[in-house]
Design a binder for this molecule. Structure first.
Ligand code: GDP
Length: 435
């Protein structure tokens, strides 16, 4: 039985792509913020939102008073993003504005809340939808060195494996080293070295010396005389001059569900990004893996009601004619005429982060997590040409590329070209592309 008895909505049959061409005044771009714990990711994003007036000083002052109670007033900025996600999770109103900011040219979405407990799965989900990454490095003495050995490397490998090719490195906390240009250059050299080794092209990597805490070189230039040697772009200017990935506007509709809410408008309201294609009010949709149909009752793009939405946009859809149990985080909403297939086995070309052999793994694809198993290793491949160098190896060593067969415990929506990460015991063991 369907929960809605209302007549089925009718699509307005708009030519969405030409509507989009007509309306296009700003780019949409999304980015993830990665880097070692305590590098200053949350503080930087809080400060950015404050300086761009997305959040007001009153909110930060209120957070600062709360932070002072526990003796950590410097945490106020870091709490800006946390507070937003908490408000969102209450799901009463959907306000996604606060993880978003605009420049004259671009509407930006910060894709995940840094500092989330479950950071890596969250980051994988964010990176799978990101146009760029901001890699935050703590420049203070000792911290940079331990960060490089720590999560900086894993995060860089992960974002590269998820298809992110543009990285802006924010060399942070330069206030703690008196804005030493020498320190900045030392870090720049080392980080560019290992980013190229990770597969990033030099032309897609840039470095900005910043202090997230004080807001130097984020939105406005540092007024500290010691920082006057830097005359390059600010972090926001660097983001603004980056070209987002090409959008698959003409491909069949694919939208990844990031959040599901019950709202006044609909018992099934979803938030997510349109990865490919377009949709409009009244459209029939198919939700995978449940295979249930739904209809678009209304749409919000960037918090404004909209008649349609296209690939690259983060949207809220109020759905009708579907039960809440049929829509879950990690699902894919698609065009019923060209649905994404479901499968419980896939073949992938994987870059090994660790030793791989037939073993249990957690499979992450965007927001989807599923239990699975490496069933077989078909071949080791040449890293550059992709040619088979060895058939049916027993084991794959770290840094090798291999073709592997993975079996899942349940059917999930899968198609070639998706990026998947395999984890085991809380560690990333491989990442790559579905074939
Ligand atoms: P995250 O784990 O990467 O999100 O890091 P946080 O944003 O929580 O910051 C960790 C600590 O570094 C906090 O105590 C911040 O106040 C401090 N911090 C962050 N940015 C700066 C900075 O630019 N300068 C200084 N001196 N401290 C900073």
């Amino acid at each position: 039985m369907k929960i809605d008895d209302a007549p089925l909505p009718k699509s307005r049959n708009l030519d969405v792509l030409s509507e989009f061409e007509k309306s296009k005044n700003k780019n949409n771009a999304s980015f993830v913020v990665v880097g070692h714990v305590d590098a200053g990711k949350s503080t930087m994003m809080g400060r950015l939102l404050l300086d761009l007036k997305v959040v007001d000083q009153r909110t930060v002052d209120k957070l600062r008073r709360e932070a002072e109670i526990i003796g950590k007033s410097s945490f106020a900025l870091a709490w800006v993003l946390d507070q937003q996600s908490e408000e969102r999770s209450r799901g009463v109103t959907i306000d996604i504005a606060t993880n978003r900011f605009e420049t004259d040219r671009t509407v930006f979405t910060i894709l995940d809340a840094p500092g989330h407990k479950d950071f890596i799965p969250n980051m994988i989900a964010g990176a799978s939808q990101a146009d760029f990454a901001v890699l935050v490095i703590d420049a203070s003495i000792g911290a940079f060195e331990s960060g490089l050995k720590g999560q900086t490397r894993e995060h860089s490998l992960l974002i590269r494996s998820m298809g992110v090719s543009r990285v802006i490195v924010a060399v942070n906390k330069l206030d703690t080293v008196s804005w030493s240009e020498e320190r900045f250059n030392e870090i720049k050299d080392q980080v560019s070295g290992f980013l190229s080794a990770t597969g990033f092209q030099q032309k897609n990597v840039s470095f900005v010396p910043v202090s997230g805490l004080h807001g130097d070189n984020l939105v406005r230039r540092s007024s500290d005389a010691a920082a006057s040697w830097y005359t390059g772009p600010t972090l926001v200017e660097e983001l603004d001059s980056s070209e987002p990935n090409a959008r698959a506007l003409e491909k069949p509709l694919r939208m990844t569900v990031s959040e599901v809410y019950r709202t006044m408008q609909s018992p099934v309201t979803v938030f997510g990004r349109i990865d490919a294609g377009s949709l409009q009010m009244g459209d029939a949709l198919l939700v995978q893996p449940s295979g249930e149909k739904a209809y678009v009752k209304s749409i919000q793009v960037d918090d404004e009601p909209a008649d349609w939405a296209v690939a690259g946009q983060n949207v809220v859809l109020h759905l009708s004619h579907i039960e809440p149990i049929h829509v879950r985080v990690g699902d894919i909403i698609c065009d019923p005429a060209k649905p994404i297939p479901r499968a419980d086995t896939f073949i992938m070309k994987a870059l090994a982060f660790d030793f791989l052999m037939p073993m249990q793994v957690d499979v992450h694809r965007g927001r989807l997590h599923a239990a699975g198993r490496i069933e077989a290793i078909s071949a080791v491949l040449d890293k550059v040409t992709g040619a088979v160098t060895k058939k049916k190896p027993k084991i794959v060593k770290p840094a090798m590329v291999a073709r592997i067969v993975v079996k899942l415990e349940a059917q999930v929506p899968l198609e070639a070209g998706q990026r998947v990460v395999l984890r085991s015991g809380g560690q990333t063991v491989a990442a790559g592309l579905l074939e």
